[in-house]
Write a protein that binds this ligand. Structure first.
Ligand SMILES: O=C1O[C@H](COP(=O)(O)O)[C@@H](O)[C@H](O)[C@H]1O
Length: 237
């Protein structure tokens, strides 16, 4: 199957690449242009990225883009509640692959804090995100179960985190099938981004996307909340 075979909702566009490296290059160029446009217009730019295994090549290519990185704010759509030194920390991933060279000048806002429990960490991240400037670019990923950010099917708090007009910006989440407690941006905050990209690779993600497009129960597959006009989907086999 190729992404061109899927019937996407009106206003959702697809970009197909031959390999993960070409996708990473193309996405990095596009994101750098959008951040640069935001800096020209407002003096600063805000980038929200996802963690997981897929984005490493994209981070490496983006870090090489010529950009006024000192005027870029970077944060995460979701985080595992582990310290930055932990191998599964998304902040650690960013520090290793994106916030390098000139890109190290970007201001990074961490969702993680070493609080007594996950709920307190989420409250602290919620306060921090209250100071986040408007999001210019959001890069989402998607799990094989249709989760995006850490909006996991069957997680406690999911219904609240998925509220279209919810005022809370960060929620504690428990992913039933994966290790680590999670922190996630809410649907409402994620949906406020000016530009949103869903970056996925491989046949299994396309099968998941196809299943998401075939239904409308957002709680069953939270990625459905973002299959909306102006979303750009980047895909490679
Ligand atoms: O757990 C997560 O998984 C998704 C997808 O990750 P990938 O490595 O399969 O691309 C990711 O988008 C999300 O941020 C992360 O928390």
């Amino acid at each position: 199957m190729a992404i061109s075979e899927l019937k996407l909702p009106q206003g959702v566009s697809a970009h197909e690449f031959k390999s993960p490296v070409l996708l990473a290059e193309g996405l990095a160029l596009n994101v750098a242009k959008q951040l640069s446009d935001a800096i020209d217009a407002r003096g600063t730019a805000t980038l929200v990225v996802s963690g997981g295994r897929s984005p490493v090549a994209f981070f490496q290519h983006l870090a090489r883009q010529t950009l006024d990185w000192s005027n870029v704010v970077v944060t995460l759509a979701d985080e595992r509640w582990v310290p930055v030194e932990h191998a599964d920390s998304n902040a650690g991933l960013l520090k290793r692959y994106l916030l390098q060279g000139p890109a190290a000048k970007a201001q990074f806002l961490s969702l993680y804090s070493a609080t007594a429990n996950l709920e307190q960490a989420a409250e602290q991240a919620d306060r921090l995100l209250g100071e986040l400037p408007p999001i210019d670019v959001l890069i989402l990923g998607m799990g094989d179960d249709g989760h995006t950010a850490s909006l996991f099917p069957n997680s406690p708090n999911l219904a609240d985190a998925l509220k279209v007009d919810g005022s809370r910006r960060c929620w504690p989440m428990l992913a039933p099938t994966v290790p680590h407690q999670r922190l996630t941006m809410s649907r409402a905050l994620l949906a406020s981004a000016k530009n949103t990209v869903l970056s996925i690779s491989g046949q299994s993600k396309l099968t998941t996307l196809s299943a998401a497009l075939a239904g409308d129960d957002v709680a069953a597959m939270p990625i459905r909340a973002f299959l909306q006009p102006t979303l750009e989907i980047y895909w490679c086999p």
